[in-house]
Design a protein around this ligand. Structure first.
Ligand code: SAM
Length: 425
């Protein structure tokens, strides 16, 4: 288990932040890490796979590549899966689930491909474990087997994470449209807020909802490992060594940075919905950072800076019918239909030029005026699917970073509030 090929999938566009994160967590030389589309490959050990599960904020999972072969049909997939020594990883007492993704595969049914791979795994156990085979459990499997098919190659992976890594274990209160923790972490990485050795700038999310962005930020500030509250699939695998894992967790716990008594928080969240502020507070408590974040209720169009030194705002504001603007801008008009669950299930969406609805337009132009007047020296990073946002805010963006919010293509815009006027267009 000392030389494994890992693959850490991530949202498209996040590879540039994930690769340095992997190097930072593992201390490996850059040659061991390769950026690929939709993830990062790492040549390393199982101990590093455990470390990455515990510490990565950006990866969706940590997979171990067990086979890479050419294929032309389902029979080739069956053969590839029967040649993998699954019995070195788990016993037939563990339940399994096979998932297949494909890009330009000639096969007509991915379900049938998954069935063939499942058959191969079970048949191999029948031989190696004296007739006993693992059960399939599609909801809560002990072992997830991932297959990725390209035009002519098949990669078989065993998943070491279990539940996807964005599930940190602190979220019970969701709100209407929580941001995935991995995306909040990608926004923080893109903003560079935690880069370097300099003291952290104040961080403020004025539309904080259930608190994802500020909780991720606070855990970074306190050096709390994102996986410290959850379990992982590798804990049930045969190569797992409890003592080694306990030592990794203890080292992470010892490295946490405790807040000095009386130290003022530098991380702030507010939301117009008091219910959301309650959710955020409870989530922060479970994440171990309640006393590092100051939460308030209030309309983003009226809230003054939470601290008298300029800092960074980071937010995914309300858009469309699903997440309506509330507060003083509410009722100025009707939002046009923008994105909804059905859209999301149907596929991916490119960032768009959303119509200049009175409500959305009104909210963002008022927000920009409020910030120009009251937030000189602050930078605001806004995640939005709306390519027209800078125009609506009458601000020239200093940066635009492509990001995906699930199936929705977004931009993370940075606006710098220059004293008095900001960089108006
Ligand atoms: C897309 S959600 C943010 C989700 C959040 N990042 C999370 O992880 O849960 C937008 C939030 O903006 C809030 N909101 C709507 N209008 C607002 C306003 N005028 N001022 C402050 N917050 C507002 C909503 O209550 C909602 O919680």
């Amino acid at each position: 288990m000392n030389q494994l090929q890992l693959f850490l999938p991530c949202a498209a566009g996040v590879e540039d932040y994930l690769a340095p994160e992997v190097l930072r967590i593992t201390g490996l030389p850059p040659g061991c890490v390769t950026k690929q589309r939709g993830g990062v490959a790492v040549r390393t050990s199982l101990a590093h796979a455990m470390l990455l599960n515990l510490h990565s904020r950006l990866a969706q999972r940590v997979l171990v590549l067990l086979s890479f072969t050419e294929y032309r049909n389902e029979q080739d997939l069956y053969r590839a899966a029967s040649e993998v020594a699954w019995e070195r990883w788990f016993t037939p007492r563990e339940s399994i689930k096979v998932e297949v993704t494909a890009q330009h595969s000639p096969l007509t049914s991915l379900n049938f491909a998954a069935l063939k791979i499942k058959d191969a795994v079970c048949d191999r156990f029948r031989v190696t474990a004296g007739g006993v085979r693992p059960d399939v459990n599609t909801q809560w499997p002990d072992v997830r087997i991932y297959t990725h098919l390209s035009t002519d190659s098949c990669s078989l992976y065993i998943d070491t994470s279990g539940e996807p890594l964005f599930k940190r274990g602190w979220r019970e209160d969701k709100g209407d449209a929580p941001l995935k923790e991995t995306l909040a972490a990608a926004m923080l990485a893109a903003s560079g807020w935690a880069d370097g050795d300099a003291d952290l700038l104040p961080l403020y999310d004025p539309c904080c909802g259930s608190g994802t962005i500020v909780i991720e930020a606070a855990q970074i500030a306190c050096n709390i490992a994102p996986g410290s509250l959850r379990r992982f699939a590798f804990e049930k695998y045969l190569p797992f060594r409890r003592a080694e894992w306990d030592a990794i967790k203890k080292e992470a716990k010892d490295a946490e940075v405790l807040r000095e008594p009386g130290q003022k928080p530098l991380i702030f969240g507010s939301d117009v919905a008091h219910r959301m502020v309650d959710f955020a507070q409870r989530n922060a408590q479970r994440a171990g950072v309640a006393d590092v974040i100051e939460f308030r209720g209030g309309d983003a169009l009226q809230r003054m800076p939470p601290i008298d030194i300029p800092g960074v705002m980071l937010l995914n504001p309300p858009y469309g019918e699903r997440i309506e603007v509330a507060g003083v801008a509410k009722g100025a008009g009707h939002a046009g239909r923008q994105f909804d669950e059905e859209d999301a299930q149907a596929g991916r969406f490119g960032a768009r030029e959303l119509p200049q609805t009175q409500e959305g337009g009104e909210f963002f132009s008022q927000l920009a005026s409020h910030w120009k007047k009251n937030y000189p020296g602050w930078s605001a990073w806004i995640l939005t699917p709306d390519l027209k946002l800078p125009g609506k805010m009458r601000l020239k963006e200093a940066r635009r970073v492509p990001m995906w919010n699930g199936p929705i293509e977004c931009r993370l815009f940075r606006f710098d509030m220059v004293k008095g006027s900001a960089r108006a267009i």
